[in-house]
Design a protein around this ligand. Structure first.
Ligand SMILES: Nc1ncnc2c1ncn2[C@@H]1O[C@H](COP(=O)(O)OP(=O)(O)O)[C@@H](O)[C@H]1O
Ligand SMILES: O=P(O)(O)OC[C@H](O)CO
Length: 705
């Protein structure tokens, strides 16, 4: 927690103020600006708790976000008071936020149904595979012409699908029509405007464009996409422009009564803050990740080189949407944090990095690809993993840290190359911001490795400023047109290398990237990401003794006396393994499997669904995805045990009612004459089962035409 002390002293002339809530991945900030002159009067920032329950998972506490916002607001307003202002001078409020991070909550209680799943969380790896199985040729770019995005764990729809598939409370809320999904802006707005007491469930176009569910033309939730991901439109927020009065704070906090009139995802907000308001202008923000956005104006450019198409902003309900091409880099400053926390090569990132890396004149041909959670643009390879290559006996930590800085520059060049190909016109300069841009060496390397001047912003935080401007714009106290004439950069870094030199180094970088690809194979990734733990078989110690073939050396015992067998251990038991394998390979879902060894067929998730199924006393097949007719058929199965014994596939309709797909039921089934077990036996290739394939193909046919 830290206050930011250096506040300007006012001369007595009061101007309208605009406040901003900035919820980042690692911090929450509250900033108060004097409108028009864009002067920051007061700010307060708090660190957030990052929870990583498994490798590759990243969660946040939705309550903590709201708690920090309130505390930051109180502290920043206290600073205002010292300057002779009062809370009443704040005319309006803007919200900017980490994008894609997804929250599910109960609309009647306001209770989050699961921690927020952060944008860089890769638990949805297998959910991605299940969705890819539904689209022709498993083409990850299949939806790009609708929503501008590839199918990747990064985007919100995958996180929503995962929550519905894996969290009982989310499924139940969905069935009971209590479920709300939202990106963080929606969660904040809903809570500020009353929460369970008629809180507004609203998002803006920039955040909605990060979900994989919004149609870039209609700027509304796309029915085909919602159906593909199985997300009900009633659970989603209403999509509005980035600059309009959405409502008023009604939460009893210090902000009560202030209107809210601007929402922008934080990278789009930095684009506005950097004054890239004309087509052809671009900015790059260096923080934990790094995001290069290129304003394409009202023209929507469909990238064919691995970039995404996103909404840059929409400055009012009647204004046209402005589009951007985006190159997203998952790990930038995050690599420095890794070198500090995991390898302990750095003590203090902001103080030591530049100094240590500057002690050598090159990386000594060392390349560091920080693909910790796969690679985003332009590769979109979730199977990539980090590598440091080119090590020799002379390599020191200085070389490795310098290689970490260069990795950000090379990744930026990857994106610039793609952008040049997509737009046909090379970018002549690069506007930069973000905390990491305070590193002069990094900025010089960036200019040297891309061959264009790098223009660093006056302030590292352009994200808060951008949404302040659009919030002020909608209530008439801060004009975007006037802002266009502001110069925002303070320093310029010019390239000092030759084309040949930088191209030779870039070729080596590409070689390093090639070596990082394909590292996390499906099975490996299950183990590596800790999903093995979730999917592992938990057996009581007593039962375990009866499994003679399990190698006890591979077991880890927890404090409950339970033995947690990773997938690799489970492989030793053929019967159990076959069952787990079936579920992993053929299930459309990511089951947490808990199998008492006495009865390997009982799976807690199936049990839960079977219970619900039986409670309805009939088999409601919903609308058949094969023939589009509605079927309501009594099942012969009378007990839960019988359902489990018959081992059906359980899939879900769009209201999240479980639908049993019976393998042996002839005419009265969703897909007839298919036998899960038979297809399992004959299919060792990792393909989805015949049943699922048939359903999914039909589903794809219907929804894609
Ligand atoms: N001088 C510096 N040199 C290199 N990296 C830096 C420097 N200062 C900060 N960083 C890195 O930049 C990132 C700062 O991110 P921050 O602005 O706190 O945003 P967020 O984590 O919310 O994206 C951290 O990952 C940190 O390691
Ligand atoms: O909070 P940041 O700066 O890490 O931003 C994260 C991005 O919005 C993710 O898309």
């Amino acid at each position: 927690m830290s206050a930011e002390p250096e506040m300007p002293v006012r001369d007595g002339s009061k101007k309208p103020l605009v406040a901003v809530i900035d919820d980042g991945t690692k911090t929450v900030r509250f900033v108060i600006y004097e409108a028009e002159c864009s002067e920051e009067l007061a700010s307060y920032q708090m660190d957030k708790t990052e929870v990583q329950p498994h490798e590759g998972w990243s969660e946040q506490d939705p309550y903590e976000i709201m708690h920090h916002i309130k505390l930051c607001a109180e502290n920043a307003i206290d600073q205002l008071t010292e300057l002779g202002y009062s809370k009443d001078d704040i005319i309006t409020l803007g919200i900017t936020n980490q994008r894609e991070t997804t929250i599910a909550w109960d609309k009647y209680t306001g209770e989050p149904l699961h921690p927020a799943i952060a944008w860089n969380d890769i638990r949805t790896d297998s959910t991605v595979d299940a969705i890819l199985a539904k689209v022709p040729d498993r083409n990850k770019n299949y939806l790009k012409n609708i929503c501008g995005l590839p199918i990747s764990p990064y985007f919100s729809a995958l996180k929503m699908r995962w929550l519905k598939d894996n969290v009982k409370a989310v499924r139940r809320a969905s069935r009971d029509k209590r479920l709300l999904f939202g990106t963080v802006d929606s969660w904040i707005l809903w809570n500020l405007t009353g929460g369970p007491q008629d809180g507004l469930h609203v998002t803006d176009v920039t955040n909605a464009s990060r979900t994989l569910l919004m149609n870039l033309e209609t700027l509304n939730w796309d029915p085909v996409l919602c159906r593909l991901f199985g997300i009900h439109r009633d659970t989603l927020a209403e999509i509005r422009s980035s600059s309009e009065v959405y409502g008023t704070v009604r939460d009893g906090s210090v902000l009560d009564g202030i209107s809210i009139s601007g929402i922008l995802g934080n990278q789009q907000s930095a684009l506005v803050g950097q004054n890239c308001l004309s087509a052809g202008q671009a900015k790059n923000t260096y923080r934990s990740g790094c995001f290069l956005l290129y304003n394409t104006g009202t023209r929507r450019v469909n990238s064919t080189h691995g970039l995404i198409t996103t909404i840059a902003y929409k400055l009012g309900p009647d204004q046209p949407p402005i589009y951007a091409l985006e190159g997203s880099i998952a790990v930038a400053g995050g690599a420095m944090k890794f070198l500090r926390d995991n390898l302990r090569l750095i003590r203090d990132v902001s103080q030591d990095t530049e100094h240590i890396a500057g002690q050598v004149f090159s990386t000594g041909d060392v390349y560091f690809v920080p693909a910790f959670s796969g690679l985003y643009a332009p590769y979109w390879r979730k199977d990539a993993r980090g590598i440091i290559c080119g090590l020799t006996a002379f390599t020191t930590k200085n070389h490795i840290i310098r290689a970490g800085l260069e990795a950000v520059c090379f990744q930026t060049r990857d994106i610039l190359e793609a952008m040049n190909k997509d737009c046909g016109m090379p970018l002549s300069k690069l506007h930069v911001d973000g905390k990491m841009s305070s590193n002069d060496l990094l900025m010089q390397l960036q200019a040297d490795l891309t061959g264009i001047p790098v223009l660093r912003a006056q302030s590292w935080d352009m994200s808060a400023l951008g949404v302040g401007i659009v919030a002020g714009h909608s209530v008439g106290v801060w004009s975007c047109d006037k802002w266009k004439h502001h110069a925002t950069h303070a320093d310029t870094f010019l390239p000092t290398t030759t084309d040949d030199d930088r191209d030779a180094r870039y070729t080596k970088w590409k070689m390093a990237v090639q070596r990082s690809l394909g590292w996390a194979t499906t099975k490996k990734s299950i183990t590596m990401t800790g999903q093995a733990k979730r999917k592992s078989i938990v057996a009581s110690q007593k039962s375990l003794e009866s499994i003679s073939s399990i190698d006890s050396r591979n077991n880890s015992q927890d404090h409950n006396g339970k033995i947690d067998l990773g997938i690799e251990t489970a492989i030793l038991d053929e019967g159990v393994n076959a069952y787990v394998d079936d579920l992993l390979r053929y299930s459309a879902r990511d089951y947490p499997i808990e199998v008492p060894v006495e009865n390997v067929k009982v799976d807690r998730t199936i049990l839960d669904d079977a219970e619900y199924f039986m409670s309805k006393k009939e088999c409601d097949y919903g609308t058949c995805r094969c023939c589009d007719t509605r079927r309501r058929i009594m099942t012969d199965w009378k007990t839960i045990e019988e359902i489990i014994e018959n081992d059906p596939e359980i899939i879900f309709d769009s209201d999240d009612n479980p639908i049993l797909v019976e393998p042996h039921k002839g005419e009265n089934v969703l897909v007839s004459n298919a036998n899960v077990r038979d297809s399992t036996a004959s299919n060792k290739t990792g393909e989805p089962s015949t049943i699922l394939k048939k359903i999914c193909n039909k589903f794809t046919d219907i929804s894609m035409t």
